[in-house]
Design a protein around this ligand. Sequence first.
Ligand code: MG
Length: 123
Amino acid sequence: MKVLLVDDAAFVRMSLKKILNDADFGFEYVEAGDGEEAIEKYKIYSPDLVIMDITMPKVDGITAVERIKEIDSDAKIIMCSAMGFQEKVVDAITAGAKDFIIKPYEADKVVKSIKAVLKLDEE
Ligand SMILES: [Mg+2]
C-alpha cells in the first residue's frame, strides 16, 4: 500500500515514517511539502492513505483535502495538527478527512487511527 505524507516540516514526515516503519505496515511512501504538491502527487500516485498537516504554505491542508475529495470521493485522509488547533477538527471532517490526530505524534494513536481508517483489523 502507498501512503502520501504531507507536512511542510521534513522532520515531521521523517518521524511519521519511523512510526509507520516500526509498526510494520509495509507502506511505500510518497511525500509532499505543501497542499499544492499533495494534490499533484495524489493525482499521480493514487495513494491508499493520506496523512495531511493543516498549516502549510501555498495551499493549506483543509483546502487540499477538499480538492483531493473532488478528485477521488473515496480518498482516505487522516488530518493532523499541532496542539491548540482542535477547533480545526470540524473543518477537517467537513472537508472529508476520516480522522484527526494531534502533533507531536504518539505512535500508538497514529497506528490505531491508520488501522481504523484502512479497516485493517477487520480483514
Ligand atoms: Mg505545518
